[in-house]
Design a protein around this ligand. Sequence first.
Ligand code: SAH
Length: 394
Amino acid sequence: MKIIRLKPGKERSLQRRHPWVFDGAVARGGGDAGETVRVESHEGQFLAWGAFSPNSRIRVRAWSFDEAQRIDAAFFSDTLARAIALRTRLGIQSNGIRLVHGESDGLPGLIVDRYGDTLVAQFTACGVERWKAVIADALIGLTGCPRLYERSDTSSRKLEGLPEATGWLRGSGETAFELQEHGWRLGLDIAHGHKTGYYLDQRDSRLALYEYTKRLGFAQVLNCFSYTGGFSVAALAGGAGHVTSIDSSGPALEQARANLLLNGLNPAQASFMDADVNTSLRQFVAEGRTFDAIVLDPPKFAPTAAHAERAARAYKDLNRQAFKLLTPGGVLFTFSCSGGIGVELFHKIVASAGLDAGVDGAILQRLGGACDHPMTINFPEGEYLKGLVVMKKA
Ligand code: SAH
């Protein structure tokens, strides 16, 4: 058994059950990629069992804070069973559900989404990579799903020194899938779509846009960073007059078009722009165009706190342009999925964008990730997705 001894004072974070040990906290010890190590304080007191990552700044990710816990196939099977049981209790009305959400489910580096009877998994750290076969077998056994597709093509694998890996891990079949949520049909592809195929985390926010559209009757909606048009479907289903969807991915817009038709929505009420959102917003401002509702759901600008300052400028600029384009009484649905930007900072960024644009805003609601993407109190980084519904005061 390999032992990782921490520097004096560096035990506190693990004692508070934060699951990461950074390289700077390690006094001595090491292991192979993904090997289970015993982490001890400087005085030799047991702190956690974890997986060693020789190439990552996050040198150890904790599996358990219980000294008596053995990290073996039964541990993974039990932990996965708990994660899956939680989702069963949540009773989410969709055939696309996140079953395992990494650290929040006690499995650092593992994401598992279920699309119908197909599982899609991402292994983003050395620990889960090493236990991949055990995890795959346990998932198939616990869910009864016949297939598991791997989408380990995230940039975080590079930080772990792991190559990309994609393809069927268990079983095989079609990769195209029709997601059903809130009574809508949304086509996606688990092999080619973003993340595991879709942004399941925005499920509740899509419903929020639908409900506000029904209540407030938006005539013109602008959906920025639309991807395959989930928010566009929500707005049109809610009775919006017209939705403009902007994304820089042509294939995503093709799917967005198809998704409108799948839901029997009128294509004449939709336009699609394969364009850069920043440029398009400036162009709309110059043309004097206005919208009654705007969705801003950009990609992750700040994966970690180190990128926060630059990301904050980018978020502020986007939100400032959007505020300028809103009609009085119009509503901005603005999001950040950056782990490096906290809730408070995001609030400040949006507030200062409003000030710069000369707009007084009323925050109608805060939004966040859907409940199958839970946060853990001892892991603040898990609160990556945050959103605000802001009405431009008339
Ligand atoms: N709102 C979507 C998810 C958005 S993900 C949903 O609910 O499903 C972010 C999207 O932004 C991706 O589809 C990506 O292609 C697009 N994107 C990234 N940078 C962009 C840019 N500068 N201009 C336009 N689109 C961009």
